[in-house]
Design a protein around this ligand. Structure first.
Ligand SMILES: Cc1ncc(COP(=O)(O)O)c(C=O)c1O
Length: 417
């Protein structure tokens, strides 16, 4: 985008001045009364829930740790009173949604990534008559099914956690998986994938370059399925199921959601699929009683800029001279998803940005108070509890990743706390 257009945008939307200066900002969405973009519907969300239920017998066969959860990949919702007590003037009740503990790949990307791989496997299995939809899906763990899947490939571009989810699930089913990793991806994620037989291609460039290479590779091969983090409805569907699960968890804990007891959700945003799917689902279930804020690093505020300008994926942070470099590796994305941006137009309460310093201060605080280790990206969500402390109701910090971070990497983070 040319500099004149950028200058015009900055004049039209004054908050962009602070964003360009990489200052922390809050953008409150004033378009919540507009008509909703209905390209993805509640029927799609329920279809995803049903598909995951069909795969539950398979998942508990190949991942024995899932047996106690009947093959359902879910994370706990925990009250965090110690952390809450350190936030002066906090008016509500504070919880953490522990997606950092999600089984198999330890991040929110497990929800969408695993779902999309399972859907691809189901499509092949039905086409090849390996099973019918009424069968018990654990037969997909049989060697003859794996042999069929071995003929197919999956490619994905990632900052790390999506690659981990696709790679670990894809390799378990038998697919040949290639993960195109951006420069931000952590070494331990690449090592883990390689140890499971996944091909990892590394790029010195950022996430969009890695995605583009994945897309090109897949386009040349009819047997290759490309997981498109920027546009995939399947990923979005997988993420959205989280809302149904969290609604049940709130019910089980007798937590009311109403005008008097609204729900405040703080969720880190990279390209937007993960937070977008969750926000979509929660908005369907709780309507005006849920307020979802997307959290981004001050150096990679792609969704915030896309939402303010309504240009979504037609602008990048680099267009505004912002470098996209942040310790929140999962959020190091320069251009948001256009599909998600438009879906969120009338559904989110707003966006805010966070300096990297806060991420490490928060890491120390959450470790000391709640003995929970979350990766830097996830701490962008914690900021919301400080920003909106005076609002009554239930506040949920969506902890998007961290339980699989190895000790050596944790020690490196500890030096920055
Ligand atoms: C830990 C973590 N949090 C949040 C996100 C953001 O998800 P999305 O890129 O779908 O917005 C990511 C993405 O990789 C992540 O790894």
């Amino acid at each position: 985008m040319d500099t004149q257009k950028i200058q015009q945008l900055i004049e039209d939307y004054p908050l962009l001045r602070q964003i360009v200066a990489t200052q922390e900002v809050i953008w409150e969405n004033y378009r919540t009364q507009q008509a909703h973009d209905e390209t993805f519907t509640v029927t799609d969300m329920l279809e995803a829930q049903a598909r995951l239920a069909r795969f539950a017998p398979y998942l508990q066969t190949v991942f024995p740790a899932l047996r106690e959860h009947n093959g359902i990949i879910e994370s706990p919702l925990r009250a965090v009173p110690q952390l809450q007590s350190t936030i002066e003037g906090f008016a509500g009740q504070l919880y953490i949604k522990c997606d950092h503990e999600l089984p198999i790949s330890g991040s929110i990307k497990a929800r969408g990534g695993i779902y999309e791989v399972l859907k691809f496997a189901e499509t092949i299995a039905l086409e090849q008559q390996l099973l019918s939809i009424e069968d018990t899906y654990d037969i997909l763990a049989l060697p003859q099914c794996k042999e069929v899947f071995q003929r197919y490939k999956i490619a994905v571009g990632s900052t790390g956690n999506l690659g981990l989810s696709i790679g670990l699930m894809g390799a378990t089913l038998g697919f040949q998986v290639t993960v195109h990793m951006s420069a931000d991806a952590k070494q331990w994620k690449k090592d883990l994938l390689r140890s499971r037989g996944v091909e990892v291609i590394e790029y010195a460039a950022d996430y969009s370059v890695a995605v583009e290479h994945g897309r090109q590779e897949a386009a040349q091969d009819p047997y290759c399925h490309f997981v498109d983090d920027e546009n995939s409805r399947d990923l979005f569907a997988g993420y959205s199921v989280a809302a149904l699960r969290v609604a049940q968890q709130l019910k089980d804990a007798a937590i009311e959601v109403s005008a008097e007891q609204p729900l405040h959700i703080y969720i880190p945003c990279g390209v937007g699929g993960g937070p977008g799917g969750v926000a979509f689902g929660l908005h369907e279930l709780f309507g005006e009683h849920v307020h979802v804020y997307f959290a981004e690093p001050t150096h990679a505020p792609c969704m915030t800029i896309g939402m303010i300008t309504k240009l979504y994926d037609a602008v990048s942070v680099q267009d505004f001279g912002i470098d996209g470099i942040t310790e929140a590796d999962g959020l190091a994305v320069g251009r948001a998803s256009g599909f998600v941006g438009q879906m969120m137009e009338s559904r989110i309460a707003g966006c805010y940005t966070v300096e990297d310093n806060f991420l490490f201060e928060s890491m120390k605080q959450v470790l000391e108070t709640e003995q929970m280790f979350l990766e830097p990206s996830a701490h962008a969500a914690v900021k919301g509890a400080y920003l909106f402390r005076e609002r009554p109701g239930t506040h949920i910090i969506w902890a998007t990743g961290g339980s699989m971070v190895p000790a050596e990497q944790r020690a490196l983070y500890a030096q920055k706390m």
